[in-house]
Design a protein around this ligand. Structure first.
Ligand code: KG4
Ligand code: ZN
Length: 339
């Protein structure tokens, strides 16, 4: 069985062809980073229009790379939640049209659950039950994942997502968008102990939540004080910049790692699966690897190309097909999700 999966929840237009054995026959991702760069964040209207231009070429490319014809597809899956409304609509409409034209089953998937399931694709082994951590530009949530359909949120950010804080702090430091990779590169030359930035809730073992907005503000005060400032014209000494980047990064990593370990301890679950763009962060990976090993647990983080937004995360549709959870043409885009 060959499934065409479509992803357009945020600013990546992606399509993949995956078999029911979880073999990835093709995976194509068209990034929009260059379109959003000058705004230091994703502009929803621009994202939706760009999806519209890229959607069909990306689907055709995925089918061509899989060395099949469109008519060889057995099912069409699409991430229909959560995400930006306009972006979601493009992928959902394309998927519905294809499913109708080809007369094949249509399956809507939850993008966040797909991020965790990407670990099952990457490591080709069952991952449930696990603690699932999703850390991206829009989400920072810890789940108890009992099965592909049963994700219970245990905690998460009460304000900004981890990736969002990387992007905004990078912007304050004059670093390019997306900020995560640029900031962690800058942090390599810095001292993570140079500034004592806040780590909200870290010492509160009663909750598994994050808060990155105050951390962002603390960095802003350190860079420019409280008054109005044009960050673009700020001159920051290179070493100071690296020290701020490293200290900020360490604060985020401490919170993410601390709460993930606490989730393991509270639930008794020994396997941790991580998805989302921030999982690409080296300091985070090393710290979590060490701590999970100390707990005697198992850590699965998919390779970089499967951590960031891509259509392989739609492979979770296979579980839905097996369970008979197929959608019809009334499938809609669902932008919001609590956490
Ligand atoms: O999962 P993703 O590709 O898209 C969604 O937001 O859904 O994640 C993108 C986020 C951005 O905020 C980006 O700055 C962050 O992941 N990111 C990183 C790194 N690489 C990407 N954050 C920290 N360190 C990195 N190396
Ligand atoms: Zn994502």
């Amino acid at each position: 069985m060959k499934i065409l999966t479509i992803e357009s929840t945020c600013d990546e237009t992606a399509a993949a062809v995956i078999t029911d054995e979880l073999d990835v026959l093709s995976s194509v991702v068209a990034s929009q980073d260059e379109l959003h760069q000058r705004f230091a964040g994703v502009v929803p209207e621009i994202a939706a229009r760009a999806h519209l231009e890229r959607c069909l070429p990306v689907i055709h490319e995925a089918v061509r790379k899989a060395d099949i014809e469109l008519t060889d597809i057995d099912a069409v899956a699409v991430a229909n939640m959560p995400g930006l409304a306009g972006s979601l609509l493009v992928g959902v409409t394309a998927a519905k049209t294809l499913a109708w034209l080809l007369d094949k089953p249509l399956i809507g998937i939850n993008h966040l659950q797909g991020h965790i399931y990407a670990c099952q694709v990457a490591f080709k082994k069952p991952i449930f039950p696990c603690i699932g951590l999703i850390i991206s530009g829009g989400h920072s949530t810890i789940y108890h994942c009992r099965s592909a359909f049963d994700f219970e949120p245990l905690g998460g950010t009460i304000d900004d997502a981890a990736g969002e804080s990387f992007d905004k702090v990078a912007s304050m430091l004059g670093l390019p968008y997306p900020g995560g990779p640029a900031l962690s590169k800058c942090a390599l030359n810095g001292d993570p102990k140079a500034f004592a930035f806040p780590r909200p809730f870290l010492n509160d073992s009663s909750r598994l939540d994050f808060s990155f907005s105050g951390l962002k503000t603390a960095v802003r005060y350190e860079i420019a004080g409280a008054g109005a400032v044009d960050f673009k014209s700020l001159e920051i000494d290179d070493q100071r910049k690296a020290d701020i980047a490293a200290s900020f990064e360490q604060a985020v990593v401490d919170c993410l790692v601390g709460k993930t370990i606490l989730a393991m301890q509270k639930s008794g679950i020994q396997r941790v699966c991580v998805g989302g763009g921030v999982a690409a962060n080296r300091r985070f990976r090393e710290a979590l690897e060490n701590r999970v090993a100390e707990e005697g647990g198992e850590l699965l983080i998919a390779p970089m190309n499967l951590c960031t937004d891509n259509a392989v995360l739609g492979a979770i549709a296979i579980e839905k097909i097996k369970a008979g959870q197929v959608d019809d043409l009334s499938l809609d885009a669902v932008p919001g999700l609590i956490r």
